[in-house]
Design a protein around this ligand. Sequence first.
Ligand code: PLI
Length: 463
Amino acid sequence: MQFKTIIEPFRIKTVEPIRHTTRAQREAALQQAGYNLFLIKAEDVLIDLLTDSGTGAMSSNQWAGMMRGDESYAGAKSFYRFEQAVREITGFKHVIPTHQGRAAERILFGSILKPGDMVLNNTHFDTTRANVEYRQGRAIDIPIPEAHQPGLVHPFKGNMDLDALAHHLDNHWEYVAMVMMTVTNNSGGGQPASMANIRAASEICHRYGVPFFLDACRFAENAWFIKTREEGYGDKTPLEIAQEMFSYADGCTMSAKKDGMANIGGFLALNNDEWAEKAKTMLVITEGFPTYGGLAGYDLEAIAVGLHEALDEDYLRYRTRSVAYLGDILTAHGVPIVQPPGGHAIYLDAREMLPHIPPLEYPAWALSLVLYLEGGVRSVEIGSVMFGLHADGSEAPAAMELVRLAFPRRVYTQSHVDYLAEVILYVYGMRQQIRGLRIVQQPAALRHFTAVLQPAYGALLAV
Ligand code: PLI
């Protein structure tokens, strides 16, 4: 008998209490935090879906690995175990550990970018874009057009626009320092790229002699979508699929805080000897010796084990199903979300849900605050607060107004998701009462982390 219920493929050995607060307490917390969820204390949050980065639960095997951690400064056994795990999955020659993904980005772009160089990506994550621009490079997003239509269902909405790629390379390949494919496409809804698209993008790049890299943070989730959605991959293991994905690339940056299943860590892996040499020089100056790269030996062990756990079929089936389960409930009740549900998160479409709030009164930000106020749920705005402020100080609406509910790995169970659905449906029912905000204080860049806001019309909710 094949039973149909997909269960959490683990049992729980350690628990961490979460705390209920009253609505009045949350209202006070919001005021004190300047209406910014990044400034709320975690202990005042009931279900924390701010990010899936570094927030997962580690397995007993990972904790056992940590006890084995070799803390030697140079040549530690833990490094070689880590290197072997990364090499088995990616096949890259040089494996350079870093303290997290953005450090890999900084070291890569710091080694190879010249002012004016271009980097093309299906969609740059914000730290990737910031690291390109910090080197005075130009970060250009070329997702397929379907990526900008939240309600449209497409199996591989994370694909790169291959015509746009060929166009850029035809016209100015000499300025294109590299092309990156973010799998899955986080800023575009956690949507996967197909193997056919990865292979074709790689071929186009190599025709012009331009290196092709993966931003591999969620490579295992992407591999699962290829297995379940792309013809010819159903009988392959996620490991085999991941290996094929990496085989088309010249290197990757990785945040092990996502599909490394660890609380900290990352790496840069690549084949080019000269680039690797430059990157290691920069690594020694800012991160650490090349066999630890700013990590403890025990972190390297946790990642070595976690990378393989992320490719486990039972885990990936449960992971993607738990996100889709919430998506299915919301869709059945007419709540607009980015379709289809992504690998690590559900993205609510606030522009569609709150048409009465203009973009520069930040509808997605307002919605995320009301989810916290009513249900103690923390999410993150991916909209005009995050992306609306430009380097010259001007402000313009972002392409989409989304609220991301990111699922930490192996942390919440189905009843948490049922609660979440109840909160979202309740807030959906009162959507016409939700009012916009204005910014009263902000830093010059990455303003969403520290900006202070106020309800534009006295209160978050009209009475
Ligand atoms: O947070 P880091 O520095 O380990 O990784 C940076 C990073 C790079 N690429 C992509 C696609 C990411 O999603 C990413 C980090 N994401 C975070 C923190 C998130 O909340 O999605």
